[in-house]
Design a protein around this ligand. Structure first.
Ligand code: BGC
Length: 839
């Protein structure tokens, strides 16, 4: 940024003492930065993200829009839709007084076992970078900061705080850094440094924060740490790490002031960080003009995001947000098999069996920090019932999938203090003195940075009335710490709930569960008391506890037979299968790609009972579908956000096209996956496959997955023709192709361009994605499509970006394996020549 723009900010920073400056470099609490009234600097609120905006509290009293997860958005391959998704996130941020959204997550799907892939876009760096850039632009266009994360090589969860990634320079630049480069080029105001190390140095101290981030990409924004990722004073402060989160405690503060005074950290480093923070503040409207002018103008309330209170609380276009959620969910659904069953006619089949736990309790978002608290989710069952009032829609829960708890519904709880629907949550100190007592309307509670000081115990109490229709239930508690459950003043159990180790956030990510059978349908007075453990999680002030029910274990054969019987007596069956929060979430990688529980047996039995069986897959990443060729249709629905059920009905009934194409390869067998392990050995995870991940690795191994990268069926047919190239003076190549909808209904196609190189002195992927475009066309219509291949698409990394002169082949088609057109282009760094196209 030119000096002149920075001059007023520098002048402000110059008025601060060293203590004042250093104070700004650690968060004031879990979600906000420190204010400095002396220079008109307001606190800034940062919030997860990236699929919706939670806001500074994790609380059902301040709910959020739950957008579909990143894999769903990425599957749309639709940049315009991504821009609307980003704009919707910005609107949510404004509504919640949030200045900075902690997203997008742009690590890569290196192995399908990665636990957090629902939150990242793709296995391909080009697709990831294109989506990231669009997301960043859209969010920031509305004055909200975006935070591409986690820089860099945080593509797994195992030992995530400490693992060291060993990878070669080419893979680092061509794969893992590339999406960050695109996001920074789009003007990102922040980047989040990751927990892991690369080349033996933890990312918050790593030289990659300087080169290429600052020196080559000219990033002028703030590097915010992942939460608790800064572990040192001198090393991190000497690196290009700017902001330590969360606060107010942390390794900088007084230690950093002392280190500067002792000469261990140059004060100029501190000044550079403060300048970047002020630059961010000026971008998001957190720097008061009065402060800038130094005229002492009184500051506004720091919680209003610089907006007058009236603007912030003005009616929010909630409907619009929901419409975007619904549209993205449908646009990301990937139809991978269809024997002619779909779409159904507008009135649907007369009788439909809707089977599976996820049919009523779908996963609409992934677990962990990406979670937002939502008012209402539309399940597949709700969606189908709403869309087909004239049809008979009957449900069966299938086999158990979640081993955790479903939080008690509001209608089943009565707060003993207020008598209102809900429960009473109290925090007590060591002497049992009440520190906080509040009425809550949800039974899954997370206090992150809102636990009262001195709290030793959390207590939940409610009058619980079991649903008389659901037999065989267990009532229980999920959380971490010594826990006691009382029913009508009798102790039902007293146990220490563990969670996976003492790792940060275990209560949130891997809670333990204890439960007892529900023996009557009469209301019972429930009191839960849990000691708040003192552990690493304290750094975040985290308490997470759920009071809920689980189905008692029932005989799976009986359940499967009952489900199959329902299917047999219905015109068509929809089985919704998926992962559970115990098998796919932030905080751990997946152990297997198989569906949890007996879901494969369930699908097979239902398909045997009804040939019109449609399977809907509700997962964030790939799962194995061993029965995929035995069913009528398979639709991948991802974690489709709060409107998932409506979007599903839209797609099944043909009101919307299943618009998705795979952003990541789906294997047939786990053993076939070329790059699988996410487990560090002696603390080091080696990316030995170099530049060959995802479809590149499948192609190199000569193996065929169940469904290749880029694949997806719509409801119409297409013909691609007239491939033509045009070289531009800047070294880019324009690929022209005409796309004709040869079917009888409007549809969407994603035209994909790949490059290959047969005679190369450089090791290369068999082919690689170089560009793409989404096309919508009416039946019989032909659309001209132009896709620009930037010089970067032809480049490889060898200490710098280089182009090897010679002949590249351009392949055009509709998946990495379905490429009907090709032509050659001769590239010299100075001159480009196109040859005739082949069909
Ligand atoms: C996650 C980040 C998230 C942060 C704050 C971390 O554990 O890795 O993605 O933004 O927590 O919730």
């Amino acid at each position: 940024m030119p000096e002149t723009f920075d001059a007023p900010l520098r002048a402000l920073a110059d008025t601060l003492t060293l203590e004042q400056k250093v104070r700004l470099l650690t968060g004031a609490d879990v979600w906000s930065t420190a204010a400095e009234p002396a220079i008109g600097l307001r606190a800034m609120t940062l919030s997860d993200g990236p699929s919706g905006v939670r806001g500074p509290v994790w609380d059902e009293r301040d709910p959020s829009l739950n957008l579909p997860s990143a894999t769903a958005l990425a599957a749309s391959w639709d940049l315009d839709l991504t821009a609307r998704y980003g704009a919707t996130s910005a609107a949510e941020a404004r509504r919640k007084g949030v200045h900075v959204v902690l997203g997008p997550t742009i690590n890569l799907h290196r192995s399908p076992l990665g636990g957090r892939h629902f939150e990242a876009f793709s296995e391909d760096p080009m697709l990831t970078g294109a989506l990231a850039a669009e997301y960043v632009l859209a969010v920031q266009r509305h004055g909200i900061g975006a935070t591409p994360k986690h820089y860099v090589a945080n593509d797994f969860e195992t030992e995530r705080y400490t693992a060291d990634v060993a990878l070669d320079d080419r893979a680092l630049h061509e794969l893992y850094l590339a999406p960050f480069e695109a996001a920074v080029a789009a003007g990102a105001w922040l980047v989040m440094s990751a927990y892991n190390a690369v080349h033996g140095v933890t990312m918050t101290e790593n030289a990659l924060l300087t080169t290429p981030l600052r020196t080559h990409w000219y990033f002028d924004g703030v590097v915010v740490s992942d939460w608790t990722a800064v572990r040192s004073t001198v090393a991190a402060a000497c690196a290009d790490q700017d902001l330590v989160m969360p606060g107010p405690d942390g390794p900088w503060g007084a230690n950093l002031v002392a280190a500067v005074r002792a000469g261990a950290v140059p004060e100029a480093r501190i000044d550079a960080k403060v300048l970047r923070l002020l630059r961010l503040a000026s971008r998001v409207g957190a720097l008061d003009v009065g402060g800038l002018d130094g005229d002492g103008t009184e500051l506004g309330d720091s919680t209003t995001n610089g907006l007058p209170e009236t603007a912030r609380s003005a009616p929010y276009a909630e409907r619009l947000g929901r419409d975007v959620a619904r549209e993205v969910a449908a646009a990301g659904m990937v139809l991978v098999r269809n024997n002619g069953e779909l779409p159904w006619p507008a009135t649907g089949p007369g009788t439909i069996a809707v089977i599976g736990e996820a049919a009523s309790h779908p996963r609409t978002q992934g677990g962990g920090s990406a979670t937002v608290v939502v008012t209402e989710t539309v399940s597949p069952l709700d969606g189908l019932r709403a869309a087909l009032p004239g049809a008979t829609v009957r449900a069966h829960p299938g086999v158990p999938v979640q081993t955790g708890l479903h939080p008690l519904p509001l209608t089943a709880m009565t707060d003993p203090v207020s008598g209102k629907a809900g429960l009473r949550a109290r925090f007590l100190d060591d002497d049992g003195v009440e520190l906080l007592s509040e009425h809550r309307t949800a039974a899954q509670l997370v206090y992150l940075g809102t636990v009262p000081d001195g709290a030793a115990t959390i207590e939940l109490s409610t009058g619980y009335t079991p649903d008389p229709e659901s037999d065989d239930l267990r009532l229980g508690v999920a959380g971490v710490g010594p826990t006691r459950l009382e029913l009508d003043a009798e102790v039902a159990f007293e146990r220490v709930l563990g969670g996976a180790g003492t790792a940060l956030g275990a209560a949130l990510l891997t809670p333990d569960v204890a439960s007892v059978p529900v023996t009557s349908s009469e209301r019972v007075a429930v009191v839960v008391r849990q000691r708040i453990p003192r552990g690493d999680g304290d750094a975040m002030g985290l308490v997470a506890i759920t009071l809920g029910t689980a189905p008692a274990r029932r005989d799976r054969t009986e359940l499967i037979e009952a489900a199959a019987e329902l299917a047999r007596t219905s015109d068509a069956a929809v089985v919704v299968v998926g992962t559970s929060s115990e098998t796919e979430s932030e905080g751990f990688d997946r152990e297997t790609l198989a569906l949890p529980g007996a879901q494969d047996e369930l699908v097979r039995a239902v398909a045997a009972a009804n040939p019109r069986t449609v399977v809907v897959v509700n997962s964030g990443g790939p799962v194995l579908l061993p029965w995929r060729n035995e069913v009528a249709a398979v639709l991948l629905a991802w974690f489709g956000g709060q409107e998932l059920g409506h979007a599903l009905a839209d797609v099944l009934l043909g009101d919307a096209e299943p618009g998705g194409r795979l952003p990541t390869t789906w294997p047939a067998e786990q053993d076939d996956v070329p790059v699988l392990s996410t487990t560090p050995v002696d603390g080091v995870l080696r990316y030995d496959e170099g530049i060959h991940i995802g479809y590149r690795a499948w192609l190199r191994a000569g193996r065929r997955p169940a469904y290749p990268f880029g694949h997806g069926l719509g409801y119409t047919t297409w013909h691609l023709a007239d491939l033509a190239l045009e070289a531009a003076a800047d070294g880019s190549v324009e690929v022209g192709v005409s796309v004709r909808n040869t079917g009888d209904r409007r549809g969407k196609q994603v035209v994909q361009v790949y490059l290959s190189r047969s005679d190369s002195t450089v090791e290369r992927p068999v082919r690689w994605l170089a560009g793409f475009a989404t096309v919508f066309a009416d039946p019989g219509h032909r659309k001209p499509v132009r896709i620009t291949l930037a010089p970067r698409a032809f480049s490889h990394w060898d200490g710098e970006w280089q182009i090897e002169p010679g002949v590249f082949t351009i392949h055009v088609g509709t998946s990495v394996e379905s490429l009907s057109l090709s032509t050659n282009v001769t590239v010299s760094t100075a001159r480009w020549a196109a040859h005739g196209a082949r069909e």
